[in-house]
Design a binder for this molecule. Structure first.
Ligand code: 5GP
Length: 182
């Protein structure tokens, strides 16, 4: 049985990845989403097992020791990782979307050379900061950290397979759908 490909989507926090991924999955029912594990606390409205698996630091470190992650990284003072078994299982049914940052994307590229890596850019840095603030759920000191990290993340786009700009979520989702259909 041919396996669905892994499609890695990266982009700075606040760039609108969640919205774009949601639109893509509505339009292509065969796409599934790899639910990451994280030690960060849930934001309002986030559901365990849907947006993330919210787990303790102890549990996360236990899973690292067991080799249970396809990739993982520590950033913004928390761990984030892709549970290997879940991604493999979902791949049996079709293409799988991974919403992960560049350090994790690099690990996927090394382990799974067939993975397709797509980087989403904001229209501008000013717009990114505006969107981060507008979300209203990120403390001020986190905004500063996230903007600093965004600069580093955007530098990493050079080794991605494709770079797209999220000037409009519908248009951006359609562009990515065209790329992955090729
Ligand atoms: P947030 O805390 O805003 O949900 O996510 C912060 C960052 O973590 C985002 O850039 C997101 O792509 C990244 N991220 C989410 N899940 C994973 C994961 O499983 N692995 C890695 N390496 N990064 C992740």
């Amino acid at each position: 049985m041919s396996k669905g490909k892994l499609i890695v989507i990266s982009g700075a926090s606040g760039v609108g990845k969640g919205t774009v991924l949601g639109i893509m999955m509505k339009k292509r029912k065969d796409l599934s989403f790899s639910v990451s594990a994280t030690t960060r606390p849930p934001r309002p409205g986030e559901i365990d097992g849907v947006h993330y698996y919210f787990i303790s630091r102890e549990k996360f470190e236990e899973m690292i020791a067991q080799g249970a992650f396809l990739e993982y990284d520590a950033h913004a003072a928390n761990y984030y990782g892709t549970p290997r078994a879940q991604a493999e299982e979902k791949r049996e049914r079709g293409p799988v979307l991974l919403d992960i940052e560049p350090a994790g994307a690099k690990q996927v590229r090394e382990k799974m050379p067939d993975a397709e890596l797509i980087f989403i850019m904001p229209p501008s840095m000013e717009e990114l900061e505006r969107r981060l603030r507008g979300r209203g759920d990120t403390p001020e000191e986190q905004i500063k950290l996230r903007m600093e990290r965004a600069v580093w993340e955007m530098e990493q786009r050079v080794w991605y397979d494709h770079v797209v700009v999220n000037d409009d979520p519908e248009r951006c989702a359609d562009e990515i759908l065209r790329i992955i259909a090729e």
